[in-house]
Design a protein around this ligand. Structure first.
Ligand code: TV7
Ligand code: CA
Ligand code: ZN
Length: 393
């Protein structure tokens, strides 16, 4: 009906768990798991599931989570209840130890299940890519890049990306991790800080004082000790408010193009956090669905096996727009789809804005003044290229 056909010569796999979407972080919390439901309903209304292989994600096992996370953290995560049992018993010390139960990382009903479903989807995606059953595997329920080995952080409890990359490393010599969420991908960077088999590259709003998590400066490129194999294998692209599609796209293609030339990755893990879009409740950038998707299109053109992860995104209808558009790009049907959101889309009322016909690409949000001087953009590319000279060719 929409010209959606199965791509010839390659496979796209789609990994979701509808149970994950039913969890709630709390009334006012910006992270809304139902944005995944909204995204999936839009993807379905375009008929895209016919063109890919769809899988209900397994829940990851304790042993799988333990490939990265520590046992005492997992044990605690598995036993905490929404309202922690007698606070005075452990005096809240475990919550403090693991950064759980605060307002960013609340304890909620079914938390452990939510985490294992997110990780399960990303692990399934990685295994399909390893088995060559998938050329592009999609896990929109993953992308939780801040979680640490023994600590929750920034709405993330289990680092599904780290777990998926560990899987990829079993069958691919080198993995490039790219992160276009508006926040710094600190958890993934930290996990692979000391290896030269993973290069991490995050684009983010950087303000060490007032923007979370405050890390990811331009000259943070891995261990400073030259004898550590991870030296020069962390690339950071710190940006300021209001960056546009044009500037971001130019930077992305130059930075990623240079990395690929030098590092020669055998697979790509791309975190597609949608909070870098204009109008995001937490974000600061001016990206449009077009510009955000261009990053996915550029990576696809490299022809390497790839996993697409979700991540942030706090204006649910825009998250759905971006991830639907990017699913279309993965399938190679982006030129064929009707920009007007189909009438029969469930939840279509969410997309209605003023009197306009709601379209896939048009997002609302006051454009922020662009605080990224062109001179700085050039400086960034230059710095990245200098770092890459140290990378073994
Ligand atoms: C990947 N920003 C995650 C991004 C994580 C960002 C933060 C909030 C926030 C939390 C709320 C809330 C909020 C309107 C926004 C220093 C603090 C300041 C909590 C109020 N409203 C991802 C994490 C970031 C929770 N945290 O990259 C409940 O904003 O800046 C901070 C830390 C301490 C805690 N307070 C915020 O996109 C998925 N949190 C409303 C209710
Ligand atoms: Ca980022
Ligand atoms: Zn984010």
């Amino acid at each position: 009906e929409y010209g959606i056909v199965r791509p010839k010569g390659y496979n796209v796999t789609f990994h979701t768990n509808p149970e994950m979407e039913k969890h709630h972080f709390g009334q006012t919390h910006p992270m809304k798991p139902w944005r995944l439901t909204l995204s999936k309903s839009l993807i379905m209304s375009y008929g895209m599931p016919y063109a890919m292989n769809n899988y209900i994600a397994r829940t990851a096992t304790y042993e799988e989570l333990n490939d990265y996370h520590s046992q005492d953290y997992l044990d605690y995560l598995g036993t905490v209840l929404p309202e922690p049992v007698p606070r005075d018993v452990d005096g809240g010390t475990n919550e403090m130890r693991f950064n759980l139960g605060g307002s960013d990382c609340p304890l909620f009903e079914g938390l452990y299940d939510y985490c294992s479903m997110s990780a399960g989807g990303s692990l399934d995606a990685a295994r399909k890519v390893c088995n060559k059953e998938s050329d592009i595997a999609i896990s929109w329920g993953g992308g939780l890049h801040h979680a640490k080995k023994m600590e929750a952080s920034g709405f993330c409890y289990i680092n599904d990306i780290v777990l998926a990359i560990l899987q990829l490393l079993r069958c691919y010599p080198r993995v490039l991790y790219i992160d276009i969420d508006v926040h710094h991908g600190d958890g993934v960077e930290e996990a692979f800080y000391s290896t030269d088999r993973v290069m991490t590259c995050s684009f983010h709003k950087y303000d060490p004082v007032s923007f979370f998590p405050g890390t990811g400066a331009l000259d943070d490129n891995g261990p400073k000790n030259e004898y550590n194999p991870g030296a020069h294998h962390a690339i950071n692209v710190p940006l300021n408010d209001g960056i546009t599609d044009e500037q971001y796209g130019w930077l992305f293609e130059n930075v990623i193009g240079s990395i690929v030339e030098r590092f020669r990755p055998s697979a790509i893990a791309l975190q597609c956090g949608a909070d870098s879009l204009a109008g995001d409740r937490l974000g600061r950038f001016n990206l449009q669905v077009q510009g955000h998707g261009q990053c996915v299109a550029f990576c696809k053109k490299l022809g390497l096996p790839m996993i697409l992860f979700g991540g942030g995104g706090y204006t649910p209808r825009n998250v759905a727009r971006a991830w639907t558009w990017e699913t279309a790009i993965a399938l190679g049907v982006d030129k064929k789809i009707n920009p007007v959101i189909p009438q029969h889309t469930p939840w279509r009322e969410h997309f209605r804005q003023e009197e306009l016909l709601p379209t896939l690409e048009q997002i609302l949000g006051d454009p922020k003044p662009n605080k990224n001087p062109q001179k700085r953009i050039l400086e960034i590319v230059q710095h990245v290229q200098e770092q890459l000279r140290f990378v073994q060719h």
